[in-house]
Design a binder for this molecule. Structure first.
Ligand code: FPP
Length: 260
């Protein structure tokens, strides 16, 4: 079952879109600019896409802003990204409030400088009353790190509460998901990756088990509403099976084989 909403133009709008933004560096190189300028343009694109997705009726938009692996980049690039993060978090409060968007961060935030952590708290606090789209910003996020943190949290809780072996063995997928950073959110329906790479890059590995994937060669700074609509239209052409059978084969496929 999907929670897709059909908008006035007859498009099924995925309830949850997750984006892997990529190509800022290549965009800068193509324009003869320093990498930091590609990231700056990428932040402007992000602002615009948050507004566009909210207007289209997307319920959750999760964007991969900074991965646990991105710290390996040069000190100069990480420094430039942190400064952009400081600046755009404040700008995002305005954009989010203009579009009734609630912002939420996922990832491990204690590695950020104190003023950035305060900025994250402020962005979440000052948009918490909004009732429209939830914009989820994945920063210092890595899916394996998230899963390990969830296991630690569950185990420590189990020890503290004196859970029995039987109780631990009864843990369900649904309960476990409640320990992930994305607790309470529906799984992504559509994952968009820009700049043509065919990788998931440690992004929402648990949550994207049944997501549809859309890869575009467009570099993130050039991504816009038309590109977002192309991705949604492509999603509209898919038949989602969630491990069941393809409906269009029902008339002739009597093998009983399950789908993937
Ligand atoms: C992808 O392009 C960019 C990133 C992984 C980090 C930059 C993210 C943003 C500008 C969004 C806002 C987030 C923050 C934290 C300011 P790339 O540099 O990997 O591009 P390339 O593959 O072409 O080099």
């Amino acid at each position: 079952m999907t929670g897709d909403v059909v908008n006035p133009e007859g498009r099924k709008i995925p309830r949850h879109i997750a984006i892997i933004l990529d190509g800022n560096g290549r965009w800068a190189a193509r324009h003869g600019l320093p990498r930091a300028m590609g990231h700056k343009k990428g932040c402007e694109t992000l602002e615009q896409i948050v507004a566009d997705a909210a207007r289209l009726g997307v319920e959750y938009l999760t964007v991969y802003g900074f991965s646990t692996e991105n710290w390996k980049r040069s000190q100069e690039e990480v420094g430039a990204l942190m400064n952009l993060f400081r600046f755009y978090m404040v700008k995002l409060i305005k954009v989010a409030n203009e579009h009734n968007v609630r912002a939420r961060m996922i990832g491990e935030r204690s590695r950020f400088a104190k003023d950035i952590q305060d900025g994250i708290d402020r962005l979440e606090r000052e948009t918490a009353a909004n009732t429209g789209m939830t914009f989820v910003f994945a920063v210092n996020y890595g899916s394996r790190d998230e899963i390990v943190r969830a296991v630690r949290k569950y185990t420590l809780e189990a020890l503290k509460e004196g859970k029995t072996v039987e109780e631990i063995e009864a843990l369900t997928e649904q309960e476990f998901a409640g320990y992930l950073d994305t607790a309470g959110m529906p799984d992504p329906d559509l994952v968009i990756r820009t700049s043509g790479e065919l990788r998931l890059s440690n992004y929402l590995l648990w949550q994207c088990a049944y997501a549809e994937y859309y890869i575009t060669p467009v570099l993130w700074p050039d991504f816009n509403k038309d590109e977002l609509l192309k991705a949604i239209d492509n999603y509209n052409s898919r038949e989602r099976r969630f491990g069941g059978r393809l409906k269009t084969t029902d008339n002739y496929d009597r093998s009983g084989k399950s789908g993937t």
